[in-house]
Every structure is written in C-alpha cells, then in structure tokens.
Design a protein around this ligand. Sequence first.
Ligand SMILES: *[C@@H]1O[C@H](CO)[C@@H](O)[C@H](O)[C@H]1NC(C)=O
Ligand SMILES: *[C@@H]1O[C@H](CO)[C@@H](O)[C@H](O)[C@H]1NC(C)=O
Ligand SMILES: *[C@@H]1O[C@H](CO)[C@@H](O)[C@H](O)[C@H]1NC(C)=O
Ligand SMILES: *[C@@H]1O[C@H](CO)[C@@H](O)[C@H](O)[C@H]1NC(C)=O
Length: 507
Amino acid sequence: MVQGSAVATHLPEISFWRPVLKMRNAKITTFLILVVIVSVSFLSSVWIDTSKFLIQNPTNQTMIISETHKSTPQRIEFPLECCTGNQTQTCPTNYPTTYQTEDFNRVCPDYFRWIHEDLRPWRTTGITRDMVERANATATFRLVIVGGKAYVEKYRKSIQSRDVFTIWGILQLLRRYPGRLPDLELMFDTEDKPVVKSRDYRGANSRGPPPVFRYCGDKWTMDIVFPDWSFWGWAEINIKPWHGILKDIEEGNKRRKWMDREPYAYWKGNPFVADTRQDLLKCNVSEQQDWNARLYIQDWIQESKQGFKQSDLANQCTYRYKIYIEGYAWSVSEKYILACDSVTLLVKPKFHDFFIRSLQPVHHYWPIRDNDKCKSIKFAVDWGNSHKKKAQEIGQAASRFMQEELKMDNVYDYMYHLLNEYAKLLRYKPSVPDGAVELCSEAMACPASGLERKFKMESLVMGPSISSPCTLPPPFPPNILATFIKRKINSLNQVEKWENGYWEKFQ
Ligand SMILES: *[C@@H]1O[C@H](CO)[C@@H](O)[C@H](O)[C@H]1NC(C)=O
Ligand SMILES: *[C@@H]1O[C@H](CO)[C@@H](O)[C@H](O)[C@H]1NC(C)=O
Ligand SMILES: *[C@@H]1O[C@H](CO)[C@@H](O)[C@H](O)[C@H]1NC(C)=O
Ligand SMILES: *[C@@H]1O[C@H](CO)[C@@H](O)[C@H](O)[C@H]1NC(C)=O
C-alpha cells in the first residue's frame, strides 16, 4: 500500500474527479497542510482511520479534514489506494461503515414497484439454500455479501466483461451505502435470455424456482431483473459509464433542434443476432420504396479500427425518429435510444429490463408492430411529421425519464432495494463459501488497464452517499396494476386502429 501523507496521496485523485478543486496556488496548499496538521491533533478515531479521508465542503469548496460529529452530513471522499509495483493488491480495511446521512424522504420512482413483482414467486415460501444452489445450473458467478464485504465465486466464462462490470457495479453500491446492505447470497447469470420457466414450477410438489439474477426477463419466466453491466461501461465497444453518456446525450439533444433533424426513422445495429432485425432491414429506403426508414449495419470490427468515431452516441440524435428493436434478447441500446429526445419507435418487445415496464406507449414512445414493421414505421413517421408538437412531447418525455428517473442515483437505489428485499426472503444465514474471493474496488481497478480501467475510474463512487436511499413504494395494489396494464393495452389498440385507418385509404 502507498502510505504517503494524506495530502500527497489523495490530491491528484480528487482533482481528477472534480477539476474545480485544483489547487491554484501555493497559498492554498500551505493552508491545507496547516489544516491537516491542526485537525489531526483533535481528530477522533472512533470509526475511521482519519489519515485517510478528506471532507469537501460543497458550498465554499474549501477542503478540510474534519470531525464527524456535525449536524449536517459531510461528503467524505475515499479514493482508491493502489499498491505500487508488483505487490498483491489488498482490500482496504478502513472504509467507513457508519456515516451520517440526511433523509430527504424522497419516494423512489414508480418502476421500483416491480421489485415486489419480481420477488413475488418467493413471497410465501422464502428463499432456501436449496433454491439458491439450484441456480448454479446456469450461473456465471455466485456473489455473497457478509459483514458488508463482497465475495465472488466464478463458475463460467461470461461474454466479454459483463461479469466484471456487474460485480464492479455492486462494489460501487457497497461504497455508496457502506454497512447498509444485509448479508446475502445470490447467483448471477450474465447470458441474455431468461431461463427460469414459470411452467416448470407450478404445483405443490415443486421445490420452488431458483432465484436467478440477470439483465432481462419476459412474461414466461421468473428471472430477477438487475441493471445491466453497461451502466458502468462496456469496454469492448467503447461505451462509457451511463452518467457520462447522459451528459453527452443531453448536449447531443441540444446540438440539433428536433425540427431540423432528418424527418425519418433511423436505426443502426447488428442485424445478424435476430431474425426480426433482418426483417426490419427490408424496410430500408431503396429506389422502389420509401417506408420512411433509414437503416444501417453497425460493423463493430470496422468501427473499433477507426476508434468508434461513427458510433458516438451523442451524435446519433440527428433523426426525428429512432427505432428500438430487440436482438437476441433485450438490447442495451434501449436506454441510449430513449435518452435521445427523438421519438423512440419501439418494435413490440418480448423482453423487459428493470425500468421499461413503467413506460407508456404514446406517452414515452411510439409502438411499432413486429409482424408488419414497414407499414407501421411508415405510418408512425407520417403521423409524427403531421403532429409535430405531440411527437416532440413524446421524445422529451422519454428523454426526461432517462435523465431523471434513471440517473445513476436511482439505479443504485434500485439495486439497494432489490438486494435488500431479496435478502429479507433468505431463509438461511449466508456464509462465505470455500473458493470465493473477497473483491473490492481496489482489487478490481488497480490491476486493470486500458478502457476497462478508464471506465472503472470514471464510475468509481468516491465515498458514502450523504443522502439515504429513496423510500421504496409499496407493491402495486392489484387494481392499480390492472388499470396500468389496461391503459397500456388501450393505447396500443388505439395506435393499431389509427394505423389500420391510415392504410385503408390506400386500398
Ligand atoms: C468555508 O468552510 C469552512 C469549513 O466549513 C468554514 O470554516 C468557513 O467559514 C467557510 N468559509 C466561507 C467563506 O463560507
Ligand atoms: C517485484 O519487483 C521487483 C523489482 O521491481 C523484482 O525484483 C521482483 O522480482 C518482483 N517480484 C515478483 C514476484 O515479480
Ligand atoms: C456450480 O456449477 C459449476 C459449473 O457447472 C460447478 O463447477 C460447481 O461445482 C457447481 N457448484 C455447486 C456448489 O454446485
Ligand atoms: C439503407 O439505405 C441507405 C440509403 O440507400 C444505404 O446507405 C444503406 O447502406 C442501406 N442499409 C442497408 C443495411 O442496406
């Protein structure tokens, strides 16, 4: 471990994270060292090795080291401590486990209610060790949290760095809310498609479904949906962490006003992962036809050679309409498309991730049939171009949802509540299994290199959150859920009716 003075060790890291704090002159540095010396003399060591943290006062941007017994919580920063040379990276033992937070009594966004629905299969039986062990049939890794520390046992190779960034995300959650997550044990499957079929677990003789965490679910399965790896970055195709993307797309949205964008529906992706995508390509503009669609094939190999210039997400809000279509299962492209304030044309999906179930057709997106895509797209674009105000509102509603309800703060709170509710159902006390290793941000980020390291450093949670997690809303009362689903079906039917009426004119 690097054991320099607190100032020498931490300043570069802090200025990297928050450039406004750059020391502008020697005076401030001198002042700082003085403050360090003065405060160290009266710092209490009740709950933390005090040489290791700095507190930042956000209002006057003075960095101080301070006592913890303040009435208003102070933000504590805890940069990574990477070992120098070839020493084995160890996990820190001095990360705070108690800290002050402020409770803003903020209720979580509505989509958090699906947490209750996803855990409903175990509501009465609880989750037994046997159920968890059976999830091993497909799991990529087992993750155990005991005493606030994370231990991972790896079973299978994951696609690219999905497992790495998923575990990284959970470690960041532990940094954000240290000491607040209960002991738990879970199995995570990083493959695309859900596997726990409901029909296999009906009847009194069933041993109960195994709880399998993954990135998406569908109507026929009971897998538990969890935020996907790309919220922390997708190194292989240069997609940076979500909080940075949100800022870029916000800028991108301003770059070209909706009215000045191409009045067509745009899609760019890999068509070879699903028949439905190949089917979509038939709608591309040609000399014989124009269904208002402009479709392109994403060639990742070519793009990686050119440094991904063509796939810059912020530069893709140049069309008024953007098509979202599932691939092998749900696709991570969904959140990038919805964040753009163009109208999302959502080809009828089979799968859902953790937030999409709360979005409403015609309010957040425009629904496209999967069995007659070209006509459906042609109508959607014509409708939008003749109802420009409404079309822009749809684009903005989705963009706002992504910027606000799906900002990282809420993604972490979703994970917190999901894991918390899951842990309440466990009918046994989890323990660290043989073969599991302790993982911490240091162990994962320090040895990493290239884009993987860059994205980890960008998505590093700098310290405990000063605000408590939002309050989890209760389960949907049955009638509310029914009303919600009915409203959704009504909107879908309404659009189909408009669409039929539109095409009848041409017959
Ligand atoms: C800046 O913050 C420090 C520490 O909280 C405080 O002592 C000082 O008075 C503040 N200065 C101003 C100008 O608010
Ligand atoms: C670690 O590095 C030092 C010098 O940098 C070298 O002498 C030593 O052999 C290295 N140890 C291992 C285990 O690689
Ligand atoms: C889980 O599955 C893996 C891969 O099939 C296997 O190697 C491992 O022994 C299993 N673990 C348990 C506890 O069943
Ligand atoms: C779709 O049509 C455009 C315009 O002609 C063309 O540039 C593009 O390559 C076509 N896309 C595909 C997948 O063929």
